[in-house]
Design a protein around this ligand. Structure first.
Ligand SMILES: [Zn+2]
Length: 434
């Protein structure tokens, strides 16, 4: 079901016409009002008049989290402070947070994006939505909240935490939709199970989960625990907040990014060069319908690709594949970009193999080598060496096909690969030791 059918199904020509017009206005606004970005454009020898087509976007300088920090708190605002009606801030675990400012127009645009996303997964005015995202400086709670009201559904602004109360309210009020982080959805699901409550006595039917990376495996776990359909929502404070992109229930494969408000690009994380649709790289987002704090070519450090095919749901806005990790995880091996998530996708579903792996990179005679260690499932019983070798060869072939790179594969005993937390848990790069 569409929230704004005309815009969500607009022809590509019409969308691109809107995008160009709004991109030109955004660049003009940045050049005139944001000192740091004007200086950066001057350094790059580009003026607003140079943006004649959409592909001219590549002439513009990138923006990063560091730029927003360096200009803390209001140095990237593009309007007078009197026009700002709300501030949010990122968590800022190291140093100063990033402050985001919104005009009344920005809040309306944001609510509209969230309402479109909710509608795309079948939420209607009949639903009661329990928002268990944190409220406050974090954009999660309030961002989703106003989108729910915009759609006309009923919002229960319970915020995060107090799991027993969450479950009591869910039962007593007949909550039908849950919005929170996927990890909190798991906590709620496990608590419901441990309390011996039959999930069928709870009316929940849909979950809207985001604000942290999650996998298809976690999706299945949440769906089984809560007896719901779980959907992915994407957003970031620097672009607006949650609702930049959302899955649709028809395809449930890739998140429609609302292209009348945001221009997505995929670039090589190393060189910044644009990559074609279908190729994995770093997501770069330009906000084109924002007044308070527009961000032009913002480097998200999130890895994904843009689906090439149009969606079965009829929406013409392109889809981002669900996030595949962070650029910090990228390896360059013999000039080829390799992401741990690619290896994961290659080994998932091979019989006898656990989804645990370690990439060991080395340099032998000035040549990079990649060994992939994968773990056998405890249930696998092969006593014959020949069968084990056949399995190893199968894993190797599958990984080589996905990476386009020759690798060696080592099968490891069950539970032998360390389950360390953290970003680089799948990588051991011995080249850095030289
Ligand atoms: Zn769709």
């Amino acid at each position: 079901m569409y929230y704004n059918e005309h815009m969500e199904t607009a022809s590509r020509d019409e969308l691109e016409r809107i995008q160009l017009e709004r991109l030109q206005a955004t660049v003009r606004r940045m050049y005139d009002n944001v000192g740091f970005y004007r200086r950066r454009m001057e350094e790059q020898g580009v003026v607003p008049e140079d943006i004649k087509t959409l592909s001219d976007i590549t002439k513009l300088p990138f923006m990063s989290k560091i730029d927003l920090r360096d200009n803390y708190p209001f140095g990237t605002f593009a309007v007078q402070k009197t026009e700002i009606v709300r501030l949010h801030a990122s968590s800022g675990t190291t140093g100063k947070p990033i402050v985001a400012g919104y005009t009344r127009h920005d809040l309306e645009m944001w609510s509209d994006c969230v309402a479109r996303g909710l509608s795309a997964v079948g939420v209607t005015a009949d639903d009661i939505v329990q928002v268990a995202y944190g409220y406050g400086l974090f954009t999660g709670g309030m961002g989703v909240h106003y989108g729910i009201e915009r759609l006309g559904a009923t919002v229960l602004p319970i915020s995060a935490g107090n799991t027993k109360k969450q479950i009591m309210m869910m039962q007593d009020l007949g909550t039908t939709v849950l919005a929170c982080t996927p990890s909190y959805a798991l906590v709620l699901g496990e608590a419901i199970r441990d309390m011996g409550i039959d999930p069928e006595t709870i009316k929940l039917r849909v979950g809207v989960f985001g604000a942290e990376p999650w996998t298809e495996g976690i999706r299945k776990e949440i769906e089984a625990l809560l007896h719901i359909k779980a959907y992915d929502i994407y957003g970031l404070t620097e672009s607006v907040g949650p609702g930049v992109a959302m899955e649709c229930k028809e395809a449930c494969d890739g998140l429609h990014i609302w292209e009348d408000c945001f221009i997505p690009e995929i670039v090589d994380p190393d060189t910044g060069e644009p990559l074609p649709d279908g190729q994995i790289g770093e997501l770069v987002i330009t906000t084109i319908n924002k007044e308070g704090m527009p961000t032009v070519r913002f480097r998200t450090h999130d890895l994904t690709y843009i689906h090439k095919e149009p969606c079965v749901c009829g929406r013409t806005h392109r889809r981002l594949h669900r996030l595949m990790g962070r650029t910090d995880d990228m390896l360059i091996i013999r000039g080829v970009n390799v992401f741990p998530s690619q290896v994961e996708s290659a080994i998932v579903g091979i019989e006898g193999i656990a989804p645990r792996y370690l990439l060991v990179v080395d340099r032998v005679h000035n040549l990079d080598t990649l060994e992939v260690q994968v773990e056998l499932l405890p249930t696998l019983v092969y006593d014959e060496v020949r069968k084990m070798e056949a399995l190893r060869a199968k894993v190797q072939k599958s990984i080589e096909q996905v990476l386009g790179l020759s690798v060696s594969v080592r099968l490891m005993p069950p539970n032998s690969i360390e389950r360390a937390e953290g970003k680089s848990k799948h990588i051991k790069d011995n080249r850095k030791l030289d």
